[in-house]
Design a binder for this molecule. Structure first.
Ligand SMILES: Nc1ncnc2c1ncn2[C@@H]1O[C@H](COP(=O)(O)OP(=O)(O)O)[C@@H](O)[C@H]1O
Ligand SMILES: [Mg+2]
Length: 267
């Protein structure tokens, strides 16, 4: 896709409430600077990113890719190939030795620590092992995500039931995690990640602990969330899931991107 097309798409749909007037001249002429358009259009951009842990081989080596707003991307590759590291570079749990990571138009490596909580609010995280708080109910687990960012009680009382309905857990608000199946626990964790309507959802092997049918249900839910406009990056080595979804596939081998394919399968 050329820069002109990208710019046009940004200005015609508007991003984050910033509406620009449609340009009346030559089709595609960008009314906002091309660089700005490019950075806003790409929800995530990695530029020549390398990450080393100690003196070992790089966990990620010279990775570059763009993720447009609203895309669903699979990161695939065997265990140890760098999938989780890439996700952690996107929310600044890790910082690269080399290269730049842009999220929603901002270079997150240059962000002050004080801005990181704000960055994280734009991203929800889902994990293989759910990471629910065992002594809190379903409702409380999801509500907690809003409490820590200072949302008032009436907002919490409205948004938590809404999102629990969306993930199919209405009626199970008062259960504790140990009273739920694995699939239900993953639904709670997705509700928690999505309740604040983040721009981006990062999912690390979300179907890794689930049987195929349950995993399919979770993928249906992630697909529905993606269709609301949320950009999703999901690490997985589950061939079945990737082959069924037919979305973009970025494949890693020992930290190096060896394939980046639209509507790919897991080879
Ligand atoms: N915190 C860490 N400290 C040291 N090495 C790590 C750490 N996290 C990951 N690694 C190493 O980086 C490489 C990539 O790991 P990871 O990103 O977890 O891969 P994947 O998610 O694909 O299994 C592996 O060699 C792993 O051992
Ligand atoms: Mg991993």
């Amino acid at each position: 896709m050329g820069t002109l097309t990208a710019s046009w798409r940004v200005t015609s749909v508007g991003v984050e409430g910033r509406q620009s007037k449609p340009h009346k001249g030559f089709r595609g002429a960008p009314p906002i600077p091309a660089l700005v358009a490019r950075l806003v259009y790409f929800m995530i951009r990695l530029e020549n990113v390398s990450k080393m842990y100690g003196s070992e081989l790089p966990a990620v080596r010279d990775a570059s890719f763009d993720v447009p707003k609203g895309e669903f991307v699979f990161l695939v590759g065997p265990s140890g190939s760098g999938k989780s590291t890439l996700l952690r570079l996107m929310n600044r749990q890790e910082r690269p030795e080399r290269g730049n990571v842009w999220v929603a138009g901002r270079n997150i490596n240059e962000m002050a620590n004080s801005q990181i909580p704000h960055l994280r609010r734009t991203m929800g995280n889902v994990f293989q092992d759910y990471k629910l708080l065992p002594n809190k109910t379903v409702f409380e687990n999801v509500a907690f995500a809003l409490e820590v960012i200072g949302k008032p009680k009436h907002v919490i009382g409205q948004q938590v039931p809404q999102v629990l309905d969306l993930v199919g857990l209405s009626g199970k608000e008062d259960r504790f995690p140990h009273q739920l199946s694995g699939g239900e626990q993953q639904r709670v964790s997705i509700a928690r990640a999505f309740v604040n309507r983040p721009l981006i959802l990062l999912a690390d092997e979300p179907t890794g602990n689930l049987d195929p049918a349950t995993g399919e249900g979770i993928m249906g839910l992630l697909d529905a969330i993606n269709r609301t406009g949320t950009t999703i990056v999901m690490a997985t080595h589950d061939h079945r899931v990737v082959n069924a979804m037919r979305r973009r596939v970025i494949q890693l081998d020992r930290g190096v991107i060896v394939r980046d394919q639209e509507r790919g399968v897991y080879e």
